[in-house]
Ligand binder design. Structure first.
Ligand SMILES: [Zn+2]
Ligand SMILES: [Zn+2]
Length: 433
C-alpha cells in the first residue's frame, strides 16, 4: 500500500509494511532477518532418505521406516516463557514464517488456510471436510510463533478417547459411524495469543441497602415488618493482575470458538521454545486474528472480569446505574501454538467439528441428533399425564376419585415437561457449533 499523501514515495528496499498502532498511518520497518538459512533444513531421514516426522511418544523427530530418531533440542520454558511488550519494535523485530519450508493447503469451500509439511499429500480440508483444496507455496507474512505446547496424546490414543466420546448418548443416528470421525482426526497446531496486563478499574453506582421497619397496621390491627431500599451513590476501585489470558488466533468460521473453549485449559507450564522440528509431519495454522484484533477481544473479556470483581466489592446485590472505566498498563503478549486434533465431517449436508485437546485428551464437538428418536421419547414422557387427565375428567362428575386423578395427572405432566425440556436442550447442545 502506498502512502496517500506522497504517492511517489516508496519504502526503501528491504522495508516492509508493519502493523500500525495509529489508524490511518502506514508504518514501514526493515524486513526482519528472515529464516532463509533455516529453510535448507531437510526432513529426510539421514539413514534411509524417507520423510521424518515429529513423534509424540518419542518426543523427537523419527523415521517410521528405519527407526531413526533424534530428540528435539528445545528447552522447556513453561509459564516463565518470555512476554513481549506492545511496542512497534517488538512486533517488527519478531521473526516471520515457520522457519522452515512448508506449503499452504487452501480450501476453496471455506476459505481456510492450513500449513502442511513440504511434500505432504493431503486432499481434505481439516476445517470443513471439503475436497476443494489446492496446495500453494507458503508466504512468510505472519509472525513466527515463539513458543508451543507439544503434543502429548499420540494419534493412537485419540481413537479410544474420541471413540468413547462418540459412543455417548442414545439420541444420535445409528449411521454415525465412529470410523468416519476417528479416521479424520488430524493433529493441528492452532494459533493463540496470550496477554498479561494490569488493570485498574474505577466504578461508580447507586447501591441499595435494605431497611426494615416495624409498623402498626391499623386496618389489620397488627405489627408488620416492612422492607424498603435506600439508594446511595458509591464508588471504588479494583486492581486485577491478568496472566496468560488466552485469545484464539483462528477465525470462528474455521474453528468453532465454542468447541475450542470446551477444550480448555491448556497447561502452559509445558511451553517450550518454538522449533520447526515439532511441526515436522504435522499441520499448523497461522493466526487469522491479528495481534491488534486479538487484544481488542482480550480487553473486552478482561473488562467483563473487572466488572465482576467490582460487583463483588459491592456489599449488596442491589445495584443500579453502574458505570466503570478500566485502565490497562504493562500490557504484554505472546504468540504461541497449542496442540489440537481436529476432525470435520459431513452428515446429511451439515458440517460437524470434533476437537481433542492434544495435551490433556479432553474431547468436545458437535454430534448430529436423530430428532425422531428425541420426539418419540418426549411423547412417551408426556403421555401418562395426558392419559390420566383424560380418564380423570369424566370421573370429576362422580367426585373424589376424579379430583385425585386430575391432581396426579398434573404432577405427571409437569414432571414430563421438565424432563422433556432438559432432554431437548441436551440434544440441541450436541448439535450446536
Ligand atoms: Zn529412515
Ligand atoms: Zn474448508
Amino acid at each position: 500500500m502506498q502512502n496517500n499523501l506522497h504517492p511517489s514515495w516508496t519504502p526503501p528496499q528491504d522495508f516492509i509494511q508493519v502493523e500500525s498502532q495509529v489508524t490511518g498511518v502506514v508504518v514501514y520497518a526493515p524486513r526482519p532477518e528472515s529464516a532463509e538459512q533455516d529453510q535448507a533444513r531437510s526432513y529426510a531421514c539421514p539413514n534411509c532418505g524417507a520423510n521424518i516426522a515429529y513423534d509424540v511418544a518419542a518426543g523427537g523427530v523419527a523415521c517410521e521406516y528405519c527407526g531413526y530418531s533424534a530428540p528435539v533440542q528445545a528447552k522447556q520454558v513453561g509459564k516463565s516463557a518470555e512476554n513481549f511488550e506492545f511496542t512497534l519494535e517488538a512486533i517488527a523485530q519478531s521473526s516471520q514464517g515457520w522457519g522452515v519450508q512448508r506449503q499452504i493447503l487452501h480450501c476453496d469451500s471455506c476459505g481456510g488456510d492450513i500449513s502442511i509439511p513440504d511434500g505432504t499429500l493431503t486432499a481434505t480440508c481439516p476445517f470443513c471436510a471439503s475436497h476443494q483444496v489446492n496446495v500453494v507455496a507458503s508466504v512468510e507474512e505472519t509472525l513466527r510463533p515463539r513458543f508451543l505446547v507439544p503434543f502429548k496424546i499420540t494419534p493412537q490414543q485419540t481413537r479410544s478417547l474420541a471413540g468413547e466420546w462418540l459412543g455417548k448418548g442414545w439420541y444420535h443416528p445409528k449411521e454415525l459411524s465412529a470410523n468416519t470421525v476417528l479416521q479424520r482426526l488430524t493433529g493441528v497446531y492452532l494459533p493463540f495469543w496470550t496477554f498479561n496486563t494490569r488493570v485498574r478499574a474505577r466504578w461508580r453506582a447507586q447501591v441499595g441497602y435494605e431497611r426494615t421497619s416495624r409498623q402498626y397496621n391499623a386496618r389489620t390491627k397488627r405489627w408488620e415488618t416492612r422492607t424498603k431500599i435506600v439508594w446511595r451513590w458509591e464508588d471504588g476501585h479494583v486492581r486485577l493482575n491478568i496472566e496468560d489470558h488466552l485469545v484464539s488466533g483462528s477465525a470462528n468460521r474455521h474453528i468453532s470458538h465454542q468447541i475450542l473453549n470446551r477444550l480448555l485449559p491448556f497447561h502452559l507450564n509445558a511451553l517450550v521454545a518454538y522449533e520447526p522440528d515439532y511441526l515436522a509431519g504435522w499441520q499448523a495454522q497461522a493466526y487469522e486474528t491479528t495481534l491488534t484484533e486479538a487484544w481488542e477481544i482480550g480487553k473486552r473479556a478482561i473488562r467483563e472480569q473487572a466488572k465482576k470483581a467490582c460487583h463483588r466489592d459491592i456489599p449488596t446485590s442491589h445495584v443500579r446505574n453502574f458505570s466503570m472505566s478500566a485502565d490497562f498498563t504493562d500490557e504484554a503478549w505472546r504468540y504461541i501454538l497449542m496442540p489440537v486434533y481436529l476432525a470435520a465431517y459431513q452428515f446429511e449436508d451439515q458440517i460437524y467439528q470434533v476437537m481433542l485437546n492434544g495435551q490433556t485428551g479432553v474431547v468436545a464437538g458437535q454430534k448430529p441428533v436423530a430428532w425422531l428418536k428425541v420426539w418419540l421419547v418426549i411423547a412417551a414422557l408426556l403421555a401418562p399425564g395426558v392419559f390420566l387427565g383424560l380418564i380423570g375428567l369424566p370421573l370429576l362428575m362422580v367426585g373424589g376419585i376424579g379430583v385425585i386423578s386430575i391432581g396426579l395427572s398434573i404432577i405427571l405432566f409437569v414432571v414430563g415437561v421438565i424432563i422433556s425440556f432438559m432432554l431437548y436442550n441436551q440434544a440441541r447442545q450436541s448439535e450446536a457449533k
